[in-house]
Write a protein that binds this ligand. Sequence first.
Ligand code: AMP
Ligand code: MG
Length: 471
Amino acid sequence: MHIPLIEQSYAALPELLYTRVEPQSVAAPKLVIANDALAAELGIDRDWLHSADALQLLAGNVAPSHGSVIAMAYAGHQFGGFNARLGDGRALLLGDVLLNDGTRRELHLKGSGRTIYSRGGDGRATLSAMLREYILSEAMAALQVPTTRSLAVVETGERVFRQRPEHGAVLTRVAKSHVRVGTFQFLAARGETKAIEALMAHEIARTMPEVSGAREFLAEVLSRQARLIAQWMSFGFIHGVMNTDNAQIAGETIDYGPCAFMDGFDPQKVFSSIDENGRYAYDKQPTIGLWNMTRLAECLLPLLDENREAAIKIAEQELGRFMPLFEMEFEKRMLAKLGINELSHAQFITETLQHMANAWADFTRFFTALTRGDDMRSFFISDLAHDEWRAEWNILRAPEATALMQKYNPVYIARNHRVEAALTAAENQNYLPLHQLLDAVQNPFTARADLVQFENAPDAQEEVLQTFCGT
Ligand code: AMP
Ligand code: MG
């Protein structure tokens, strides 16, 4: 059996960026789900992943052989308010696995116990929240959107108290890096310019080796972020908590809390129960992405130019590219979803989305119905609205529209009501709905007769109106 070699490269960074932690044993670890496909990509042996040794490691009961398990320090703007001291309050970094292509991935345990960054929290996570992250992140990966992944969920055999007692669990999260905008803010708030330079060099070497210098670094981070948000939005995804500590530098979707894929299209849609002012609503995401990138640029000012005025000019120039980059990627994807080749028809996207919003059309079904050549009348507020739209679409659609649309329009998304049903069943030891749902969302572009129930929007009783941070 091949045991994965794990290294702790983050520990080479300045010590204020992390704290060593002792693994805290949990009572009765049990493997709930393991991601064999991801393990294969990581070069991790399937037999090892399902072994008793792996279970101890993935439950946080033992440290890897290098012995230095750490919790990362970071800061962050949470709903706009700055907190200079956050950090892994219930997570720890096991270290890197080395892939055959020379790149590295971090293994991170979420729900692994208290650390010095826990503040009032219990350091634990619930089974339902960790399975939710598993489903949503694997759905995202299958849509080809950059994301952290989920390697395994282990039940702890301990109770976690939220609104009610729940099963505790630990998720093994896999990421290119866990460095966030908030990690840079942590250093900037302490005037640690040298450490910012070291952190930037670390991120560049790991996740963007083609980049050199602070300006290119800022440019690369913000273009990844702009493209990422455009990709989310082209699938009706709402992240829900786009705080700067949840904005990952390498451009992967991270921190699946109260996030969701939308059913009926409402551009102002908010799911998160704690987002009372709609700061992170669907259509605010690009603006918030730019706001987060502006916070990163502020941290990098001392590295952009010795002269502050000159540094600000450079930052402004780079930040000015964010919205055009977002729009270009969003338009490209939305036009492909509509089977249109020419970027010059962006106005038609706006019109289509307006029709969809008027009729509260199901975001995903609208595009799959169009791809299949179904009658589209039910997605419009009136036959007249439909006929006018349809006439325009007939003119704009490309001859090869269907092939193009099939690539961009998933049949299956991780619909909230299906996610909730799978989680409720799993809490009662019935894992079948979870595996069926994963089967659908892990192959989202291929319709299958046995999975037809996962295509449908919820009916009035099934609809989930909010997702909770009760994590
Ligand atoms: P999140 O909302 O998950 O992005 O977390 C924001 C901050 O709160 C991070 O520093 C987390 O580590 C911390 N945190 C969240 N839940 C817990 C918990 N149950 N125990 C300790 N810290 C937590
Ligand atoms: Mg977070």
